[in-house]
Design a protein around this ligand. Structure first.
Ligand code: UDP
Length: 319
């Protein structure tokens, strides 16, 4: 099999590439290096089965060409990270809506099975004990950039679903919850690599808000196993799946865990949201996935604990 991975030089995309190459597939990695990095794929430089294509998912001719040459598409290219969305809302919107429209349209033109990655931001402010795929979305104004991101990803989901329903294109939608691991950078806001990098420098750990907000972090290796299995399961077509971690932790406790496990002398500094992001910024108080659907279909079950995840990110950053 030959797979196109959009966002292939990104954090998750590069791990999908490693997984597919390991089992003998070929990969074409399309990335405009806006947030992706060549260092994520430099270990593939001499690999005959991996090809890097520099370019954007907004370039329809290029997308047409690369989709025509593969058997399956993993669409991971997106504007991600709350920082980036808040700083560049228009550009993010274009990438996330027009880019996905282009990829799915070309996948349909050539009849290529496509996995579209979405996000737990879909659920917005829903603080349910465990969010399952059919749960309601609770969103603030679309004029707040965070919620416009959620709207854009919702449109991506509708596109993928409608192409399946109306045109029979084999699409699978996956909502990722706080994926973490080696190669993720803190530059776009992601909390675990940020805390680890602050801890390793013995700088203040910047907890936004009061730190009582919670998340469930999932190791990238576990996520990638789930993504590949879902992409290939015929009963997954036209459906949406959560993939997330199982251990709920508050951001304050996360800061303490990172300090402890890195042996840092850092202290925690609380920063109000409007200073950290922008005036009127709204966070999600809680985000806990229900993974039952993916577990039942492909046996998805995260193996890495939060401590494992933190240790692996520490080792990666020390390297
Ligand atoms: N966060 C924080 N300090 C940071 C970066 C993030 O306290 O330096 C908080 C952020 O406000 C959110 C949580 O950590 O409540 C997770 O943030 P991230 O951007 O990693 O993912 P999100 O779940 O918001 O998409």
């Amino acid at each position: 099999m030959r797979a196109l991975i959009t966002g292939g030089a990104g954090f998750i995309g590069s791990h999908v590439a490693d997984c597919l190459l390991e089992r003998g597939d070929q990969v074409v990695l399309l990335d405009d290096l806006s947030t992706g990095r060549l260092s994520n794929i430099e270990h593939l430089e001499d690999n005959q089965d991996a090809e890097f294509v520099l370019g954007s998912i907004l370039n329809a001719d290029l997308v047409d060409h690369v989709v025509s040459r593969v058997d399956v598409v993993y669409h991971l290219a997106a504007a991600v990270g709350v920082n980036l969305i808040v700083e560049k809302p228009l550009e993010s919107l274009m990438t996330n809506i027009r880019g996905t429209e282009t990829v799915v349209e070309k996948a349909h033109k050539y009849g290529k099975r496509t996995l579209v990655t979405s996000t737990s931001e879909i659920y917005g402010k829903n603080v349910s004990d465990s969010l399952s795929e059919d749960d309601d979305r609770i969103l603030g104004s679309p004029l707040k950039s965070r919620w416009s991101y959620s709207e854009a990803k919702a449109i991506d989901e509708i596109l993928a679903y409608t192409y399946w329903r109306e045109k029979g294109l084999e699409t699978v939608i996956v909502r990722l919850f706080n994926t973490v691991g080696p190669r993720q950078t803190g530059s776009y806001g992601m909390v675990v690599p940020r805390f680890v990098s602050q801890a390793l420098r013995n700088e203040s750990i910047t907890v936004f808000g009061d730190g009582t907000q919670t998340r469930c972090f999932c190791y990238v290796g576990d996520v990638v196993t789930g993504l590949v299995a879902l992409s290939e399961h015929p009963d997954a077509f036209g459906k949406v799946f959560n993939l997330g971690g199982v251990e709920e932790v508050s951001i304050s406790d996360l800061a303490q865990r990172v300090i402890e496990r890195s042996g840092s002398t850092s202290e925690v500094e609380f920063i109000p949201y409007d200073v950290a992001y922008e005036e009127g910024f709204e966070d999600m108080e809680r985000r806990v996935p229900d993974n039952t659907r993916a577990h039942k279909l492909v046996g998805f079950a995260p193996t890495a604990s939060l401590d494992d995840i933190i240790d692996r990110v520490i080792a990666d950053q020390k390297r």
